[in-house]
Design a protein. Sequence first.
Length: 700
Amino acid sequence: MSESILTEDVQILHGISPKKAAVLAESGVHSFRDLLHYFPRRYLDRSTVTAVRDLAEDAPAATVVGTVRASGIVPGKRTRRLEVIIEDERGDKMKGVWFQGVHWISRLFKKGERVAFHGKVQQYGRYFTMTHPDFDKLDAEGPALETGRIMALYPGSAKLQKAGLTSRSFRRIIYDLFKTHGLKIPHILPEWIQERYDLIDGRVALRAIHFPKSQVELNQARERLKFEEFFFIQLMLGLTRQTRRDVTTGAVFGKPGETYHRFLDEVLPFDLTGAQLRALDDVIADTQSGHQMNRLIQGDVGSGKTVVAVAAILHAIDNGYQGAFMAPTEILVEQHYANLQRYLKPLGLEVRLLIGGQRKLLREEILADIAEGRAHVVVGTHAVIQDTVAFHKLGMAVVDEQHRFGVMQRAQLFSKGEHPHMLLMTATPIPRSLAMTVYGDLDVSIMDEMPAGRKPIITKLFSEKRRGEMYEFLREQLREGRQAYVVYPLVEESEKMDLKDAESGFEKLQVEFRPYTVDLVHGRMFSYEKEEAMDRFKNGETDILVATTVIEVGVDVKNATVMVIEHAERFGLSQLHQLRGRVGRGAVQSYCILMADYRRSPEAEQRLNTMVQTTDGFKISETDLKLRGAGDFFGTRQSGLPDFKIADITQDQEFLIKARQAAFELLDRDPHLRDDEHAQLRTYYERYYAGRGMGLVRVG
Ligand code: ADP
Ligand code: MG
């Protein structure tokens, strides 16, 4: 395949000096493709421009187009400011004001030039004013807006502006690219996909996203490019899955054996729910397939994922393999260890615990037991198990609370050569669209059924004024022999201050609730201290457990019926949901009390109301996604979400679903993309996607 025009250096374009090229490079624009994918941030046309006389305070941001009439730096008491007065075509004036970048911005505006300001306005004296508006210089000589032309405005930065790389110059450069090389831009998607999914041609779409001839064409271009963006991610996920199936053969297990059945029939005091049984059927089928299992169990808090994981491990043990059980926090690891011991002792199986801070000798003993196969299961944090453990014969690895780990980390699990069947568990029910991307390379079992007899948790919102009432309620519950959690937020930036919050709350509660026992657990304690505090609470020695969010995931104490969340307005929705899931784990009615400050943002208000209105994890996650946007949904750092340039995973689910269909259909037809018809696509995929992000995927 000849080198594609897309890889050409932007420097060969007319009007790009070495200096401009250097600045572009800093913005990530090196090649023709980068430039073509430098999508406009906004468009200007008649319908998106507001006349000065139609502006209003408190309205959403508006765009005003006008001619610069005056521009000057005004000395102030403390700082100077730049004021630029523009006049629109009806002769009304408004003002733009800058307190930062005063000098270089002042040099950009010349009297008589046409500009566009975008921002919210406030009325100061005579003029509507935009402070630090987003601005663009418009072509004075170019066609006026009246012609119905839609003009692209590009993302800018001070650096770009200073180098003369304004929206105007982007339009010129990209225009030049199309004029001189437009016909060489390759057609990437095969015709059959374009036809089936009703997409416009890719070359047309790229031209139209920069130079739309109409609103209709612009929309078609957007659709096509969004589809394409999703499509390649889905293709990557599909190939990851395919490669894993081709390359890593999984151990082939037989039917579930003796300990598996004894666990379900003799050890467990309850029957599995239908959802638990279905998840186990999936696991068993996977382990008999000859391929490595990569299955995610998605089940709301309290749906009973742990016993499914234990049964899966027993299935491996029955087949002569070992199991590993990994969790993100030591508290959880301890809890799983206790459960596994309780479940596996009667079956005559050996469980080992691996955490930080164990004595060297003990640790070596444990590692030897695992390496030589005397231990059937090891429980520990991911880091500990992945980095330090050599197994005798690992067959099943369980990863609890998987939502804390991104796709990348997942890809690295056991990269050393062991390929156990992987069972991932997440209590964060995520919307379908996100699941398709974040978990798009996995098979998913959904556990959408709670164990019988659970009562929905009652959630109430209290303000500080009603603290007395809350205490009264808490006292009633304690009198009935119940236990309670009181949780304080822990925000990383001010860990110390937050801890003080929890500590002073702890002291107050001790006084308030004498003679009940109050205890404190937080992230800065040694793990043995945390463990002891948790044990005391589990055994019922402690009535009220004050905690920072270390308590968030997985902790299971059935007699605890009240969860009080202090400063609830500071927590995110999924965190609130997880915390609430700590209660209501038995048959007794449980309560969640949200203590919140009156001064709270509209978003916080929505979060709190959502919590009061529903206990359905899927509904909560939909709301959460809308409020936070996809990037922050999991916490950006670990999300494993690709960085979408034009598509929006929350808004564009329709295209995402189509793109996934198309990508998987393509792999069905042509698993290794070897057809001539797919040659361009393959080249493009290999250059821009393979080996990036999610998996080390080769087309094969
Ligand atoms: P999660 O899915 O949140 O990890 P757990 O596995 O901790 O939930 O289970 C929550 C509680 O429900 C535990 O106390 C567990 O013993 C109990 N449980 C699990 N499955 C069932 C069932 N089928 N019937 C009754 N109780 C169950
Ligand atoms: Mg759990």
